[in-house]
Write a protein that binds this ligand. Sequence first.
Ligand code: ZN
Length: 464
Amino acid sequence: MIDNWRGPMVVLHDHLDGGVRPSTILDLARSAGIATPCDDPGALARWLTIEPGMEFREAFSRFDLVISVMQTRESLRRVAREAAEDLAADGVIHAEIRFAPLAHTIGGLSGSDVLSAVSDGFDDARGSGLSTGLIACALRERPPGESVETARLAATHSTEMVVGFDLAGGEVGHLASEHAAALAIAAEAGLGITVHAGEMDGAHQVADALDTCRPARIGHGWRLIDDCRVDKGRIVSLGPIATAVRDAAIPLEICLTSNACLGLPVRDHPLRMLFDAGFRVTLSPDDRSITTTTSSREHNLAATLHGFSRPELSALNERAALSIFGPDELKRDLSSRVTTGWDSTPLRLVHMARRSVWETSRSAGAYLPTEFSRDGFIHLSALHQVLSPANAIYRGSSDLVALVIDARMVHEAIVWEDGTGTLERFPHLYSALPMEAVLAEVDMVPSADGTFLLPAELVRAVRR
Ligand SMILES: [Zn+2]
């Protein structure tokens, strides 16, 4: 039997210096004459792992050791190759790997040398089947001038080596807006922008990042839950920051184990709540060695502790594939490899209609709404896809009904195709809907601001 959580994965958030093999750290330290806290890989792996409650500075001292052994072309190339090999061996098909290039110039390399050594390492691993993108990080706690220098370096190499620009580092006391000039340079150069925000500090950090640089993605962002009202384990209303992120469909690069290392137990992570409220959640490992995890382990945790089904995990990876910093052809290719590899579609789908249309377009045997004559098919959605069209098309409607469809009864007439204005694929039904395939109907009631959340009754009826 295939494990529920195994399938091709797309990783958006992986730190090069956070994923170095302990045995490689020891090798490189030995040849550079750098002292290490222990001599055997198992003990070093334990020392590297950040524990909840550890002081921020102590936690980051792990990175200091790793970065100290990555100061030559050869060491950077080796670490990059091994990172790609390890991700590929875990089942990842595409990874965006990030690091702060200027942190690797203390041994005399130039920023360009550093980027080309890492890029060569990724090329060396091409036989593993993994494609990669490189993201250059600036650090919040460093002077803004250094971020500008990193952004200029990344911009210079934006066509051949670098796909994105990230603001990482300690959030508390350091706003993204202090680095606005660097983010503007990177955006101007066409680099994809992602910002660590709402990881160690509150939702206001996400608001500041949104105001500063309109990031294409948010690193972590789980603290958006502070801007949501939660009742009985579900988000029942969204504040202005959470609404802005959800409505702009900004992907969240969620890293469960990494957050656990900083004190949020995986079981208490708002992953499921954010997903159900319509946020574009993706899963990544963050720092594989420093937090002792892998991409497949993160998927296992989502499946076992948060009940993510196989079609849902497939959907997370499809959304990650469509959120990479790269051309549309690559996004399409990765997304189709993801959906083919997971080979899993939901058993129950949803059709949304105005109640008046639903009442007048059904007969005793079948339902055929006017959209069928216009588009040639009936629009359906997987449960996690319901909210984006609901909020885009039906916002404020007080007569919206969601029909729960038994997909197995109509599977031969369903084709998964690009949605309107998006590469995300939606199920389209190329036939009338037989009444016996309609399992339930649930009223969609808008919140005070006119937007929708998934009614608990709909979630129960689809997921049962
Ligand atoms: Zn990170």
